[in-house]
Design a protein around this ligand. Structure first.
Ligand SMILES: Cc1cc2nc3c(=O)[nH]c(=O)nc-3n(C[C@H](O)[C@H](O)[C@H](O)COP(=O)(O)OP(=O)(O)OC[C@H]3O[C@@H](n4cnc5c(N)ncnc54)[C@H](O)[C@@H]3O)c2cc1C
Length: 1005
């Protein structure tokens, strides 16, 4: 054992000794809280239900509601406590007012355990007590998630008030240690950066800094004048780079450059924490003034893991707990070795981590008064006491705020305290041995079979037994948190600017064809800018396309499905290679914001890969039934010539989805992109040509819907029409396909996806932090031009005033403008016609409802429509019934859930719907009763992911097909069964294989 490890153990044992002198259970508050926590640690299901119940409780005010939720959350308990809880609930129903409030009081007690005071006045009681114990403080203002600039401004004001109050009330207080007190002002404020700006966008850190700096300067100035310390807390990974940059920018400014009392958090659970810390140290040395770093492991571990898995991103946090512990120690050393420029604060409750910092400081000859330990209020009391006794400086992190805003903080603490891997649980609840607790994490990492394994994504591999989406690994989204991705996108936009105005031919049978006419595709943000000129196909070209597609069908339909799958995979590779270029094109051609454009390219890649995988699942003839003496195999044949008609709103994804489904199943394709996104269509053709699509199999036919569209829909040689677009055109296609024309071989199949008038319901107990952010995104993301967009918001009257206030302020905070700028979330609508149409609806809205909000400051040039919200909308109003396809939201107030569901369902459409609630019973009811093809609970109603959310609606929203789902390809084929009598003179093989080779003649190898 090395000398350092021996010293760590000696220190650790000493801390444990001191801790044991004042034995205290993990949860110092006895009674209700302790029982709940003990049960949570034994029963995972109970824990989930309890934390969810705690999360909703603060928003419930009436006794009966509280009892009702209690009943719903704990009705299905599987442990031995069920009868007890049932009896409790039963009794509570008799006296709901009293029992509800008792429960609320008890749970509030849980929150009070972690919240040091309701307000600045209240927190002083705690701070005085701690002062008497020789413990300092840093105060953090709890807040709801900030969804608007109004809320952000309020938070900034409250921070300054809190600071002034603390300085006033602590006048005359001195540092508990005295020595080196100049490094540690008494008043210490911890600030959450995301609470100061509602529009933080990882793709646009510079813009975030430009907004945040003016809000922070008065707080910093005030703190400096008052002699206080300001610390920037660190939140989710998405905000990390902006927070670091902001810190460095502000404290390089001449006003603050020589101020030492500023600090920032470094999270050891992040894989790139060391790089960040070294960068901060370099910056600090250049700056020439001390600064502080609070080293922590990190509070958002579960969130980061979930978020990265969902988006297919490399997980930014370590996945093994000892890796975080080890990194904490690595960073401890770096901090202490650079003590000349940085003041360290070690934020941990883990005795090993603490003892290591102590031992290392001694080894490096750093006096204990030159750094400090910080621990959270309400946690590890005995450890704090022990550290004070050992002569270390201890500061407590004291959150201040009301119960409701404190809930997410409380849930984080509950999670931490009950985590299987947490130190506190191991020591105080599970009595793990001291030697185990003091083990060197480097040894644990080295010995663990999983060591530093990066368990990032599940393994791929199609299987018939797993859900189709499960065996498919989605392409990752581009993570714009990383600067190199921002740079690549900026460069792609600049490159694309040099490519504007080019000419693109029609492609039929692999030949490039020019006609007299061209379609000019223009930039909706700047209508003077032509993105590209595309040759316009007329009837002769349409006829030729059908002819060559028909001829090519013969060969393509007899090509093995494996060859066709590989074509799609090569196309996906090319899209991946050209990903930023394609996104940039969408910014120019259809006005998509960066992340929206990237989402579209990702979806296109997913369609290629998912359909290839699905084809491999259905491609081989499959035995229908085991029966002796006979074998019957079902398999699929393509239908023939497919005509794909795509919209502009997901210019690559939808076009690619319909095209690839048709191609991979063996159909030949003529595709007509929307006129507004014809250049993206040309790109798809280029991609497939490069991927090696045989001549005639895929034909690019840009042109007018009213001319070639109509002609091909009606054409006797077109067997299949895959359409996504407006209801008007969709119904026309549906009707036309019903007619059988002379010479027609097949009954036409139509795959038809149309619009929606999608509703989101906000229940009375919904989490508004989530509901507002997600509704704003659903309604105004891509300017409301998604068929899945929310255009009716139905709010229960009980929550209406608060919800509407936050909603309107959130809408007022959106960035509207040219989406070349990464901070823009709302760009232009697609063209002049849409612009006029939407403005017409807004005028109707003004007649039939109350215009509650409309942005005034949208750019004059370009097709910009200000985000608009109408309230007092009758469910029968035109704006509540017709699809608007723009950034216009109609808000309908309803009495209760019955009325909400009735209003939501009372529409011609059934595409998507959303429901925000924390009542398990209401959630179940919504799942069962809301009439939509895609029902989303407690999340946005847009952003379907291939394989995960098979997408498509019914009623007037479509024919009931699900793009990106397991059964989608079946729309493009006809099933066929081949039966052979395999008995010869009474003899037949015993077994028949479940699958056989494709029926191809001549056989292909
Ligand atoms: C004063 C103070 C201020 C803080 N400020 C911040 C802040 O601004 N931002 C912030 O994010 N955190 C902050 N934290 C940290 C956070 O809130 C937790 O308290 C802290 O991470 C718990 O670590 P520990 O060393 O006390 O306990 P331990 O039990 O030793 O460690 C628990 C931590 O290990 C990590 N972990 C858990 N499971 C795994 C796993 N499977 N793989 C890898 N790592 C895992 C997590 O970070 C978890 O929180 C602060 C903590 C303190 C004490």
């Amino acid at each position: 054992m090395g000398a350092l490890q021996a010293e760590v153990e000696r220190r650790g044992e000493r801390i444990f000794e001191l801790v044991d002198e004042h034995p205290e259970p993990l949860f110092s508050k006895a009674g209700f809280y302790q029982r709940m926590m003990a049960l949570s640690m034994r029963d995972e299901h109970f824990k989930v239900q309890l934390f969810r119940f705690v999360d909703v409780l603060a928003s419930l005010h009436r006794g009966p509601d509280i009892v009702q939720h209690l009943d719903e959350y704990f009705a299905d308990l599987r442990n031995g406590y069920r009868p007890l809880i049932r009896t409790g609930v039963g009794l509570a129903k008799f006296v709901p007012w009293i029992s509800g409030q008792v429960l609320r009081w008890n749970v509030s007690g849980m929150a009070r355990q972690f919240i040091a005071g309701k307000n600045p006045q209240d927190v002083m009681k705690t701070l005085r007590k701690r002062r008497a114990q020789g413990i300092g403080f840093t105060v953090d203002l709890l807040g709801e998630a900030v969804v608007s600039e109004k809320e952000a401004a309020e938070y900034a004001t409250r921070c300054l008030e809190l600071l002034e109050h603390l300085c006033r009330e602590t006048r005359g207080w001195t540092d508990p240690l005295g020595e080196n007190a100049n490094l540690f002002p008494v008043v210490n404020l911890s600030v959450k950066i995301s609470a100061l700006y509602s529009q933080m966008n990882p793709a646009a850190p510079a813009e975030a800094i430009a907004h945040l700096a003016p809000k922070l300067r008065p707080i910093l100035r005030g703190a400096r004048e008052l002699g206080a310390f300001v610390n920037f807390d660190m939140e989710s990974f998405a905000h990390k780079n902006a927070t670091l940059e902001l810190f460095k920018t502000l404290f390089t400014e001449s006003e603050f450059r020589d101020w030492a009392h500023v600090g920032i958090v470094v999270q050891a659970y992040l894989r790139d924490a060391e790089e960040d810390l070294r960068d901060l140290l370099d910056w600090g040395r250049k700056r020439g003034t001390r600064f502080a770093v609070r080293l922590v492991k990190g509070a958002y571990w579960d969130f980061e893991k979930i978020k990265s898995r969902q988006n297919g991103w490399a997980c930014p946090v370590f996945l093994q707990k000892p890796e975080s512990d080890l990194n904490f120690e690595v960073l401890t050393r770096i901090l202490l070795e650079n003590e000349s420029i940085v003041t360290a604060a070690f934020g941990s409750h883990n005795v090993r981590s603490i003892a290591h910092a102590q031992a290392l400081a001694d080894e490096l000859g750093i006096d204990r008064s030159r750094f400090e330990f910080q621990l959270l209020y309400g946690m590890a009391g005995p450890v704090k006491r022990a550290l004070v006794e050992m002569g270390y400086r201890v500061r407590e992190y004291c959150p201040v705020g009301e119960l409701l805003p404190g809930m997410s903080y409380l849930v984080r603490r509950l999670l931490e305290n009950t985590s299987n891997e947490g130190f506190l649980r191991a020591k105080f609840s599970e009595n793990v041995s001291e030697s185990e607790l003091l083990r060197d994490p480097a040894d644990v990492v080295a010995q663990s079979p999983n060591g530093a394994r990066h368990l990032e994504v599940s393994s791929n591999g199609a299987s018939l037994d797993t859900p189709p989406g499960d065996s498919y690994e989605n392409a990752p989204l581009v993570n714009f948190v990383y600067e190199q991705n921002q740079e690549r996108m900026r460069a792609a936009i600049e490159h694309m600017r040099t490519q504007l105005g080019q000419k693109y031919p029609i492609v039929i049978n692999g030949e490039k064809i020019w006609t007299d006419k061209t379609i000019a595709s223009i930039n909706p943000s700047d209508p003077d800018q032509v993105v590209g000129h595309v040759a316009e196909a007329g009837i002769p070209e349409a006829e030729r396309a059908v002819k060559v597609a028909r001829e090519a069908f013969d060969q393509w339909s007899r090509t093995s499905f494996e060859t066709r799958c590989r074509l799609l995979e090569r196309a996906a590779d090319i899209m991946h290679r050209r990903r930023f270029e394609l996104s940039a094109l969408e910014v120019f051609e259809v006005g998509k914001a960066w992340a929206e454009a990237d989402g579209d390219i990702r979806e296109a890649i997913d369609f290629c890969l998912f359909y290839a995988q699905q084809m491999r699942l259905i491609g081989r003839p499959r035995l229908t039934q085991h029966v002796l003496g006979e074998e019957s195999y079902q398999h699929y044949w393509p239908r023939g010539v497919a005509f794909v008609v795509a919209p502009w709103n997901f210019p690559l994804a939808i076009l690619t989805g319909m095209t690839t489904a048709a191609l991979v199943t063996g159909n030949t394709v003529i595709f007509k992109p929307a006129e507004q996104s014809a250049v993206v269509g040309a790109m798809l053709m280029e991609i497939f040509e490069e991927a090696g699509v045989p001549r005639g199999v895929l034909n690019y036919l840009p042109g007018k819907g009213s001319v070639i569209g109509q002609h091909l829909v009606d054409h006797k040689d077109v067997d299949l029409i895959a359409f996504t677009g407006s209801r008007e055109v969709g119904l026309r296609i549906w009707k036309s396909a019903g007619e059988t024309r002379e010479g027609q071989r097949e009954l036409k199949r139509v795959i038809c996806e149309m619009g929606g008038k999608n509703a989101v319901i906000i229940d009375s107990d919904a989490d508004l932090d989530e509901a507002i952010v997600d509704t704003i995104y659903s309604a105004f993301g891509y300017q409301g031009q998604k068929c899945s967009a929310c255009s009716r918001l139905i709010i229960l009257e009980e929550i209406y005033p608060r919800a509407i206030d936050r909603l309107l302020n959130a809408a007022a905070s959106l960035h509207v403008g040219n989406p070349e700028d990464p901070s823009v979330t709302v760009g232009p609508v697609i063209d002049v016609k849409a612009h006029k149409n939407i403005l017409g609806y807004i005028e109707s809205g003004k007649q039939e409802a109350r215009l509650a909000f409309q942005r005034g400051d949208v750019p004059a040039k370009g097709f910009f429509i200000p985000p608009t919200i109408f309230t007092n909308v009758s469910p029968r109003a035109k704006i509540a019934c017709e699809e608007i396809f723009g950034p216009v939201l109609s808000v309908i107030k309803v009495r209760d859930l019955d009325e909400a569901i009735e209003v939501a369902n009372n529409t011609d459409y059934a595409l998507t719907a959303g429901f925000f609630s924390r009542s398990p019973a209401n959630i179940e009811r919504a799942k069962a009763e809301i009439c939509a093809g895609n029902v989303y609970i407690n999340r946005s109603c847009t952003g379907a992911v291939v394989g995960r959310h098979p997408f498509g609606g019914f009623k007037m929203s479509g024919g009931g097909t699900k793009a990106g789902g397991a059964d989608y390809l079946l729309q493009f084929v006809v099933p066929r069964v081949v039966t052979e009598n395999i008995t010869r003179h009474g003899f037949a093989p015993e077994t028949t294989p479940q699958y056989r080779d494709e029926f191809l003649w001549p056989p292909q190898r």
